[in-house]
Write a protein that binds this ligand. Structure first.
Ligand SMILES: Cc1cc2nc3c(=O)[nH]c(=O)nc-3n(C[C@H](O)[C@H](O)[C@H](O)COP(=O)(O)OP(=O)(O)OC[C@H]3O[C@@H](n4cnc5c(N)ncnc54)[C@H](O)[C@@H]3O)c2cc1C
Length: 415
């Protein structure tokens, strides 16, 4: 009989699906906060449609709302810590989760485009302190430039005499827009160069010329503030151009000569944040799956628990399978991003696409499993369904994710 070696376990194996002790500790820490603080407050802040300042403050007190937390998560060599923590927080509630993590979009914008000095100056200002909470916002989208980020109308013009940039335009759908202390705004410096002529600017707190337009009333994630940001002759010092003037001039010159120019301001940010956004959708889907699984075991019709019907049990089997598949795509993309592997097949987009669509589907199945009890606001699944829908829209719609993947796998500029 042929003897086969026993499968190796533990440290000697290069590939492992197990989280490290540190990752598990952080996972438990965020989960406990989500369970004890976030979830109990979710219904109230959804109904109020207001920024949950007291909950953000609680998050700041334990260090979850802080630059240190984000730095720690970014530093994880496997890249998994950020999605793991995102999933747990959003399992608690997506609206409050976004109120807590919305600032990280501005942080990603600063880190992706800024100099080390700019990062040190502006990133901590996106959080403030537990006593004085501050926020960040990242503004790209405009009324006529959503998926088509290349056609921004917001202009940034350099005033050489004063070494200042003057910004004019309207941004829309901006998370924390107008209530943030630090706004990172992407504007066209050379509009004819489309996305290659864009640059990102920090607008410091209380800068004249930046104001909030309308605040939107939304279908879901209602504890997260979304509003227009109006820039009316908004002047910022030259030092607020992320990455600096020399780098921008060089990039624009290369673009004019038709040479490749890397580092388009908005795209750099979205690439880095997509797996984390996918993880948020996984958190919502998992919440709805767990809730409807418990319900299906308890609810009795025709003299038996409804889960004893294959129609219900198979739904739950499919829900769990798709959630786990989403998480695996998210973890792969996060690991690839952290370890510098090129996204040759649009793996970042795949993770966000699949997790977002799974969250919408799973939350709808959860309502179906609960029947009328799933449709009313006294149970959270209808809120989770409303919250899930944003994941096929923001940070690139599902169609845009498919475009990215289709172009990556075909090498053809699919329209
Ligand atoms: C709650 C919320 C928060 C947001 N937060 C931010 C933020 O903080 N910062 C920020 O900059 N933006 C933010 N956004 C904006 C978000 O990223 C945009 O809504 C999104 O990119 C889509 O743009 P649009 O809404 O203009 O839709 P459109 O681009 O007009 O798309 C409409 C439909 O057409 C489809 N479509 C468009 N082009 C194509 C194509 N080429 N092929 C196939 N289908 C296509 C789309 O997929 C979509 O189904 C937020 C949006 C919401 C709703």
């Amino acid at each position: 009989m042929v003897q086969t070696a026993a499968p190796q376990t533990g440290a000697g194996v290069a590939f492992s699906m197990e989280l490290t002790d540190e990752q598990r500790q952080m996972q438990t820490w965020v989960h406990d906060f989500a369970k004890n603080v976030v979830r109990p407050a979710a219904h109230e802040w959804d109904e109020r449609e207001e920024t949950p300042w007291p909950i953000i403050q609680e998050a700041a007190k334990i260090g979850l709302y802080s630059w240190e937390f984000i730095q720690n998560a970014f530093a994880d060599p496997t890249g998994l810590l950020m999605p793991v923590c995102n999933e747990e927080l959003f399992w608690g509630d997506a609206g409050i989760g976004l109120a807590i993590l919305g600032s990280t979009l501005a942080v990603a914008g600063i880190v992706a485009n800024g100099t080390p000095q700019q990062i040190m100056e502006w990133v901590p200002a996106c959080f403030g302190t537990p006593e004085k909470i501050q926020m960040g916002a990242f503004g790209v989208s405009e009324p006529d430039a959503g998926s088509d980020v290349s056609s921004l109308k917001t202009r940034a013009v350099y005033d050489q005499a004063k070494d200042e940039w003057v910004l004019n335009g309207t941004k829309t759908w901006i998370t924390n827009g107008g209530i943030a202390d630090v706004h990172v705004i992407v504007a066209a410096v050379e509009p004819e160069l489309k996305a290659r002529g864009h640059a990102a600017f920090v607008i410091p707190p209380k800068t004249p010329g930046l104001s909030m337009g309308q605040k939107f009333k939304k279908h879901g994630i209602r504890a997260s503030h979304t509003a227009e940001v109006v820039l009316d002759n908004c002047r910022v010092p030259g030092s607020c151009l992320l990455g600096g003037k020399e780098k921008l001039d060089d990039r624009i010159a290369r673009a004019r000569e038709g040479k490749s120019s890397r580092g388009q301001a908005a795209m750099a940010t979205f690439e880095a944040t997509r797996p984390a956004v996918g993880a948020q959708a996984v958190g919502i889907a998992r919440a709805a799956y767990e809730f409807s699984l418990d319900y299906a075991k308890e609810r009795r019709q025709f003299g038996r628990a409804i889960i004893e019907n294959q129609a219900i049990a198979f739904k739950l089997a499919d829900m769990k399978t798709k959630i786990d598949a989403s998480r695996l795509l998210v973890w792969r993309a996060a690991w690839m991003g952290r370890t510098g592997k090129p996204f040759e097949a649009g793996e970042g987009s795949m993770s966000k696409l699949f997790a977002g669509e799974t969250a919408v589907w799973v939350t709808e199945q959860a309502i179906q499993i609960m029947g009328g009890y799933g449709y009313v606001r006294e149970n959270p699944v209808e809120r989770w369904h409303r919250d899930a829908k944003i994941y096929t829209i923001f940070e690139g719609t599902s169609e845009v994710q498919r475009l990215v993947i289709a172009r990556a796998i075909s090498g053809i500029h699919i329209q």
